[in-house]
Each structure stands twice: as C-alpha cells, then as structure tokens.
Ligand binder design. Structure first.
Ligand SMILES: NC(=O)c1ccc[n+]([C@@H]2O[C@H](COP(=O)([O-])OP(=O)(O)OC[C@H]3O[C@@H](n4cnc5c(N)ncnc54)[C@H](O)[C@@H]3O)[C@@H](O)[C@H]2O)c1
Length: 270
C-alpha cells in the first residue's frame, strides 16, 4: 500500500545488489511513495548484480561509485543533482563488507589490511558520503540520511567478527556528523539497527542460519524483514519524522530488549 509519503522528494540509494538487498526493497518502496531516485553501487557489484532491472522498475538512473573513493562520491552527488533536477531530500547508505569475514579469518586472528579495508567500506564510507554531501551543500533542509547497522555494535555476537567494530564506528559517525548536519543544514541523520536478514551480506556471516533462527525465537514480533526495513526507512525519509535525529533505531521485532523468551527456554527445560 502506498501513501504518497515521499511525493516530490529526491534521493540516492546505495547498495542494491540483488532483489534480496535491503536497498533493493527500499528503492522499490520509495518509488511507490512518489520519490525520484538515483541508484548507486560499486562498479564491481554492478557487473555481478541485477541493478538494471531495478532501475527500469523504478524509472531511475544508475551512477556507479565505490563508496570509499571521494572522486566517485563527488561525481555521484553532482550527477544525482543534475539527473534529479536539484538538491536531495534523502540518502540511504546500505553498504557492508568485511574481508576477514569473507576469508574466514577469526576475530582473534585478523589480517589488519583486511580489517582496514572492511572499516573503510562499512564505516568510513558513511563519513565520506556525508562530507561530500555537506561540502557540496547537496541536501535540502529537513532532508534525511539513514545508514543500516546491526546490534553487534552494542552486544557480543562472536561470529559477527570485525563488522561489530565497524558498526560501532558507523553509529558514532551518525551522531557526530548528525550534529553538524542538523545545526548547519537542518538535515537529520540516523541509523536503523535491523534484524538478521537473508541477503548476500547477511548470509556471509558464519552460522547465519542459527543466528537468524535464534533471533526469530527471541523476538516477540519475530525478525524484521527487508521490506519492514524499507518501510521504516520510508518513514524516516518522510516529513512525519522531521525532528528524529542522532538516533540508533531498532527495527528488530523487540529482540534488543529481550532477556530470554519462552520459545528459547524450551530448549533448556524438560
Ligand atoms: N542482512 C543482515 O542480516 C543485516 C542486518 C543488519 C544490518 N545490515 C546492513 O544492511 C546493509 C545492507 O546489506 P544487505 O544485508 O542488504 O546486503 P547486500 O549484500 O545486499 O548489500 C551490501 C551492499 O554493499 C555494497 N558495497 C560493498 N562494497 C562497496 C563499496 N566499496 N562501495 C559501494 N557499495 C559497496 C555491495 O555491493 C552490496 O550492494 C549493510 O550495511 C549491512 O551491514 C544487514
């Protein structure tokens, strides 16, 4: 169901790799809600991904950018404003990657070059994106910037590896940059802390099936889906949440405030 919540708004969606991607669902939903978008992803992901189908479906243009590369980001923001005919109202940062996770290196045995790469892609890229938007004065007043995160930033999930540290850094950037973006440009910045979700990035985490099943049993409302995340993001891009900023917002069916659930206890009592 569409409510025209984003009628006339313009924005950039990072990170749609395939139809499971949270960014993919978000692009579809913001389009349904009346927004015009530019899609972007790393050039290498474009070759593998199916982003052209999404562009067709949402009537949008694609501008490739490696989110760790400032020149790419500058080009992206310039092109997006040109293609959309003005400043932006929203940006979704939906990017994550750990080389240590990919290569199966344990948290206690990191290759620090890989750690650095994963941090640059997953966390610092958010600062770079916002710095480019800020310097170019590319956001309209009352615009909204959202990045996606996971609760391993606050609590221990051993297999989440160095991504836990990357997410803690990402959430801190949201607060620190959010202050300046709010004060100087009236733009809000938040992170959504999403349930485990079966996507390419999600399934890269060791033991993901157990992880997602456990969260499902712990959460009174069950795990939030990619579509649930897209819908929450739409609300944060809309004018209904104008003074929500500097927040890390849980979209997790209640998981983050649980101690134990009956369903989980069943495994331990006769
Ligand atoms: N899937 C989950 O369980 C889960 C849970 C909480 C948060 N998140 C977060 O949601 C976000 C989206 O991930 P997803 O689950 O939709 O997986 P996904 O694999 O579909 O998306 C990750 C995206 O990051 C992009 N990316 C990687 N390196 C990049 C670079 N250098 N420049 C630009 N883009 C780059 C990939 O191409 C891909 O499109 C990530 O931040 C992820 O950490 C995911």
């Amino acid at each position: 169901m569409a409510y025209n919540l984003l009628k006339g708004k313009k924005g950039i969606i990072f990170g749609a790799l395939d139809e499971n991607s949270i960014a993919w669902k978000t692009a579809e939903r913001v389009h349904e809600e009346g927004a015009a978008i530019v899609l972007t992803n790393a050039p290498i992901a474009m070759r593998m991904g199916q982003i052209n189908q999404l562009a067709e479906k949402t009537g949008s243009q694609i501008v490739p950018a490696d989110a760790t590369n400032l020149e790419d980001l500058e080009n992206l923001v310039d092109k997006a404003m040109e293609l959309l005919g003005g400043k932006l109202d929203f940006v979704l940062h939906s990017i994550g990657m750990s080389v240590n996770v990919r290569k199966g290196n344990h948290y206690t045995n990191q290759n620090y070059e890989w750690t650095h790469k994963g941090w640059d892609v997953s966390a610092l890229s958010f600062h770079k994106t916002m710095q480019v938007l800020y310097k170019k004065d590319a956001m309209n007043e009352w615009g909204s910037i959202v990045a996606l995160t996971y609760m391993a930033a606050q609590r221990v999930f051993p297999d989440y590896n160095d991504m836990a540290d990357n997410k803690a850094y990402l959430e801190s950037i949201a607060r620190s940059f959010g202050y300046f973006f709010g004060k100087d440009k009236k733009v809000r910045v938040n992170t959504i802390s999403q349930s485990p979700t079966p996507t390419t990035a999600g399934q890269g985490v060791k033991g993901f099936d157990g992880f997602i099943a456990y969260a499902e049993k712990m959460s009174p409302l069950g795990n939030a889906t990619a579509l649930d995340c897209a819908n929450y993001t739409v609300s944060l891009f809309s004018d209904l949440t104008k003074r929500v900023t500097l927040q890390n917002l849980y979209n997790d069916g209640g998981f983050s405030n649980m101690g134990v659930s009956d369903a989980v206890m069943k495994g331990f009592v006769e």
